[in-house]
Ligand binder design. Structure first.
Ligand code: BYC
Length: 472
């Protein structure tokens, strides 16, 4: 188990001080990163002291240290999971060869592209969420937001380290561009669509951390299988941080559902907007939006890019080593959806070409688990309402369904029908204005906005009403 060296300018467990050139290059990038954080990180947060966890070693247990930290003093650093001796490339045409400790020359471009795409999402999410601090429902939630934000910043460091350490000059250029593209920028937007949509209210934040961070979990898991060992090790450690982000999302939406259920019971009506609650129908619309946008993040159903990444041993499937097959997939098939006439059917295609679709299916199953828990809260309260993930073809912008209109159940419909119904399915201007009207900041320790239930417990053994943030 490797300890992290905090005596360095850039905390790390990769013996950075042994490589002066790399250390200097990263120390040159560091001020640009801090400028970006100050300019586009969480608004008005620079003097706050926040109860944050920081990594102190990279073991699965007990890597985290909690303390009150001024946010700009948070120590962003480079942490890789420990090296596994004799690790092999576990899939694709190089299966059985020793895992690569350097970038294989013939796959340089593909590997760089994957790392850049992954890295680009991290600062994007911080930019998307930057204004939420102004409207936090409680100090507990504000802490969660900042925890997520600093760790997304660290995930950028993780990818920037790989670019600097293994890709020479063009890697350094890519690292610089990570700070030049910005979420929603008309000229230099972030790479993936879902990372260009601002997160303007806390229901969206909880949906984001539930659905979009879960894309992170699945993409990072696929990259953690990589034959390029440094990528695998860095993703493995990122995944341990990502788990908390999804916890914030699942419990966040869960607490909104719980509060809505309480208000429904108390006032004996589903129309709880008048009592300052979020109606279940709106929670459903927010889910429809975030889930569908996140499905696009898995790419096309049939993708030669994905097949190549797999064949090359660069990006695997979710939990590749737990799958009982030859890990070559030359003769295997997988079911993907297709449009046939006016309906959606499933046909077998080459498993290699459908790698994206398989990951999307795994993701959807994982999403359903939390939805089931939210529904249990409703059922336990005796409320006859079921939250449902929309059909995979609903509101899609990438892949097979990008050019057609589909309802929540998966029926192909005309543009006229879509236009007539879309405001019942996705948040409309009025819905957004209503939810935003509830977003009034609550910053007194232990107090909670009226549209969300208190958390069942606090962070790291502290009470929910602990003063998680000190404003200065
Ligand atoms: N938006 O062959 P295809 C996270 C493009 S989230 C825009 O299917 P591929 C996090 C595609 O680039 C995880 N364009 O593509 C969460 C391609 O362009 P070219 C992030 C898109 O490569 C919360 C063309 O369409 N990590 O960590 O198989 C907070 C053909 O598509 C999109 C990764 O994504 C899109 N959604 O699949 C913070 C992992 N989708 O070649 C962080 C790395 C496709 O025609 N990325 N296109 O120019 C990848 O593995 C792949 O790039 C993708 C796309 C799965 C995203």
């Amino acid at each position: 188990m490797s300890k992290i060296d905090y005596s360095q300018k850039i905390p790390n467990n990769v013996d950075l001080s042994d490589d002066r050139r790399l250390q200097r290059a990263l120390e040159n990038w560091q001020p640009a990163y801090l400028d970006w954080w100050n300019e586009l990180g969480p608004v008005e947060s620079h003097d706050y002291e926040v109860f944050l966890r920081t990594a102190i070693d990279v073991s699965a247990k007990g890597w985290a240290h909690f303390d009150m930290v001024r946010m700009p003093d948070y120590r962003w650093g480079i942490f890789l999971a420990d090296k596994e001796e004799d690790r092999k490339v576990n899939f694709g045409v190089h299966k059985g060869e020793a895992a690569w400790q350097e970038v294989p020359g013939e796959y340089r471009a593909e590997l760089r592209r994957l790392i850049v795409t992954q890295g680009d999402t991290e600062p994007a999410s911080v930019e998307q969420q930057r204004a939420l601090g102004r409207t936090c429902p409680s100090l507990y939630d504000l802490r969660s937001l900042f925890q997520v934000n600093v760790e997304e910043g660290r995930h950028l460091w993780a990818m920037v380290y790989l670019l600097h350490a293994y890709f020479g000059r063009d890697g350094r250029e890519e690292a610089d561009e990570m700070l030049q593209r910005h979420s929603g920028d008309a000229d230099k937007p972030r790479i993936l669509e879902a990372f260009n949509i601002p997160t303007t209210d806390w229901l969206s934040f909880f949906m984001f951390t539930y659905f979009q961070d879960r894309d992170g979990k699945f993409q990072l898991s696929a990259l953690a299988e990589s034959g390029f060992d440094p990528l695998s090790r860095t993703c493995n450690f990122m995944l341990t941080e990502e788990a908390h982000h999804m916890f914030v999302g699942e419990t966040g939406v869960g607490r909104v559902v719980q509060r809505s259920a309480e208000l429904i019971k108390e006032h004996d009506t589903m129309d709880i907007a008048q009592y300052g609650g979020i109606p279940l129908a709106l929670i459903q619309k927010w889910m429809n939006f975030h889930f569908s946008v996140c499905l696009d993040l898995f790419g096309q159903e049939k993708s030669t890019n994905a097949a190549n990444f797999y064949n090359m041993g660069l990006k695997g499937r979710f939990q590749e080593m737990k799958i009982d097959d030859d890990h070559l997939l030359d003769n295997d098939v997988y079911k993907v959806p297709e449009i046939s006439g006016n309906s959606i059917i499933h046909t077998d295609i080459a498993a290699l070409t459908s790698i994206n679709e398989r990951l999307r299916d795994d993701y959807r199953d994982d999403c359903q688990r939390g939805v089931d828990r939210w529904n249990k809260t409703l059922a336990d309260a005796g409320i006859d309402f079921t939250l449902t993930l929309p059909h995979q073809a609903f509101h899609r912008n990438i892949g097979t369904f990008a050019d057609i209109h589909v309802d929540l159940e998966g029926n192909i419909i005309s543009k006229q029908e879509w236009d007539a119904n879309v405001s019942n399915w996705l948040p409309n201007d009025e819905d957004r204005a209503f939810v935003e009207s509830l977003m009034v900041p609550v910053t007194e320790p232990g107090k909670m906005a009226g549209w969300i239930a208190a958390p069942a417990r606090g962070i790291q053994g502290k009470d929910p009403d602990f003063e998680y943030i000190k404003f200065h």
